[in-house]
Design a protein. Structure first.
Length: 364
């Protein structure tokens, strides 16, 4: 989802851009309400709060799956004898470096610069968050594609599918360890947090699994090469969703360790929701078309939106943000109204940025 805007062929990628747009807008409202809502209003027994919290849990899996899907679809569209010489591969590595740089930069605070000069670094700067996870995810997606090219057997879809299974297996294994266990044991936090550390906010497991699942879907879309897609051609989305739901059913019905059942059930339930949702978007595109260019522009600027919203909301980089004045201070209606304004502001920002970039390309 944070990969570059698609170059070929745009009409077939509208439903993916729409998924990216929806994911980033859900993230904006989720982060705003999650930060500003009073503790008294966070009542799990309240139907509205419960529904909001459930939708919020859907956002990150959609975010990561869409990222892998669009990136691999574009990656596999370029044919060259030299894999690492491909433009999309080079762009992927550059974007990964940008994601890692900004991921850690946003965890710094100019407000605390005098403390840094004295060696007073908080361990928060080593946290492994969304941008770092997607940055490493892009590298893994590229390396798996390179491995597939080198081996020359089986389909790329199979490679990404096995990557998803391996990622889920590691996630389940980590859940089996005693609480507070850090992996790899004794390693620096900056490494530990990528798997299981004191600041593992979005560790590679399970989140890389969603990016790999998206990669498998993107590779399959490219392999199908539907020049004239029909509603029937969307059936694979629902077959995949049914398969994921079946695995979920096995996890909750077949006797197994509790940690394994919880891990597998959680991952497959969210993956089922995401695949079903993306499949519905694909049907909407084929049946009715997607006639909202402004919405698609938002989906093409998720990287910029994410960085800017962290600065504005959490005070990333500068140390001053909305969190300083409205953290857990708004009631349900106030938080909802504020979220709508917050979304409108960043939607306008993204559309204006995308239009400006488009104009600059035309003038180049």
């Amino acid at each position: 989802m944070i990969a570059d805007a698609p170059a070929i062929p745009k009409p077939r990628l509208k439903f993916i851009d729409l998924a990216r747009s929806i994911a980033i807008l859900l993230m904006l409202e989720g982060h705003f309400i999650g930060l500003t809502l009073t503790q008294e209003a966070r009542d799990p027994s309240n139907f509205i709060y419960h529904t909001w919290n459930t939708i919020r849990g859907f956002t990150a899996p959609l975010f990561f799956t869409a990222a892998g899907m669009i990136f691999v679809f574009l990656l596999t569209g370029e044919k060259s004898s030299s894999f690492f010489g491909q433009v999309r591969v080079r762009k992927g590595f550059i974007r990964a470096a940008q994601l890692l740089f900004w991921g850690y930069a946003l965890q710094l605070s100019l407000r605390r610069f005098p403390d840094y000069l004295k060696g007073g670094f908080s361990d928060w700067i080593f946290a492994f968050h969304v941008l770092q996870c997607i940055g490493v995810g892009l590298i893994v997606l590229i390396l798996i594609a390179a491995l597939h090219r080198a081996i020359g057997k089986f389909s790329l879809v199979t490679f990404y599918a096995w990557g998803t299974v391996i990622c889920l297996s590691v996630y389940v294994w980590l859940k089996s360890l005693p609480e507070g266990t850090h992996v790899p044991d004794g390693w620096p936090q900056v490494i530990q947090n990528a798997l299981s550390g004191p600041r593992s906010i979005f560790p590679l497991t399970p989140w890389l699994g969603y990016a790999l699942l998206g990669g498998a879907m993107g590779a399959y879309l490219r392999a199908r090469n539907d020049q004239h897609p029909t509603l029937r051609s969307c059936s694979w989305f629902f077959i995949l969703a049914a398969g994921l739901k079946s695995i979920w059913l096995v996890a909750i019905c077949v006797p197994m360790p509790e940690y394994a059942a919880e891990g597998i059930a959680w991952f497959t339930e969210r993956a089922f929701e995401v695949v079903l949702f993306v499949g519905i978007l694909r049907i909407i595109e084929i049946r009715y078309g997607i006639h909202a260019p402004w919405m698609l522009r938002i989906g093409q600027e998720t990287f910029a939106i994410y960085i800017f919203h962290v600065i504005v909301l959490y005070g990333g980089l500068f140390g001053f943000g909305l969190s300083d004045c409205i953290k857990e201070k708004l009631g349900p209606w106030q938080a909802t109204g504020g979220a709508l304004v917050f979304i409108a502001f960043f939607a306008t920002f993204a559309i204006a940025l995308n239009l400006w970039k488009t104009q600059m390309k035309k003038n180049a």
